[in-house]
Design a protein around this ligand. Sequence first.
Ligand code: TRP
Length: 350
Amino acid sequence: MVNQGRILTGHRPTGPRHLGHLVGTLRTWASLQDAYRCFFLIADLHVMTTDYLHPALIKQSTIEVIADWLAAGIDPQRSTLVLQSAVPEHTQLGFLLGMLTTVSRLERVPTYKDQIQALGLSPSLGLLSYPVLQAADILLYRADRVPVGEDQLPHIELAREIAQRFNQAYGTTFPLPQAILSQTPRLPGTDNRMMHTSYGNAIYLRDTPEETTRKIMSMFTDPTRIHANDPGHVENNPLFTYLDVFDPNPGEVSGLKELYQAGQVGDVAVKQHLAGVVNQSLAPLREKRASLIQRPDELVEMVRAGTSLARQTARDTLTEVQERMGLDLSATWRKHEPLRDDPTLVGAFC
Ligand code: TRP
């Protein structure tokens, strides 16, 4: 039953989704759909803050992400899928919220500091304002809960601060959004670093069972173990992190852990078992994905329908914000201007 409030969360379309996304966010999102009114955002404008030079890539990634989301159980009948760039209210609200946010506050956001180090370039205004746009994403739909990974907590904190400042200045308008932190441990990549599209260590939802098996067979294990009959370590060993997540039979996993610690089972045997378990667990999702990706027009149509529904809410919120901020003429015009189907929505994919 939908009664516990509103959720907004999203991903940047940076490429196909991998097992880290599935375990860290998508499974949680799918499970929240019964209890909450959910908005799932494809944050394509946020991609621009670090890469605006690859238009073909962003288009392709958007389709891949939609297919992955739906295959993982995001249900467009119950939830609303929103394409950020097709709802101009995101940028409009972001601009206005920028008035309530100091540059020095934004310069202290940890993700920004990490990005400028990685970039080695002079950061753009767009990058600095990344979390303000994210606050606008959340506040536009008056979401009270935001399921995210730990790295996003500073952004949710900033969104709360901005909401609070707005409410104090203009009267209560926004609920103060709260994070719902992912409960599952972070899934490592095949090299035991964090799984990341740009590290070449990811297993993708769209990978074939053969590719998956190949990647698992090349996976990092216990570096202290030289021979198959050396006693092995299971802590911080990605093979067992994966088994804990994917093996439906916990008794079997504890048995394997004991054998491994006693040096009675080799890495290859554990990997073969793991590959079977992962492929079996992903089979239904992959079947659904393969069929969805054949019909990109239908995928686009689902997002178009969600986006046009979302836009009505976005318009109402922005109108109220404009009124409260004294931009009354714009607010009034907006009220009387009919909502037309937005051609940019279709244009984004053609
Ligand atoms: N910054 C988020 C990420 O990189 C994506 C995102 C954009 C988002 N807007 C959001 C997440 C609003 C939650 C709420 O993963």
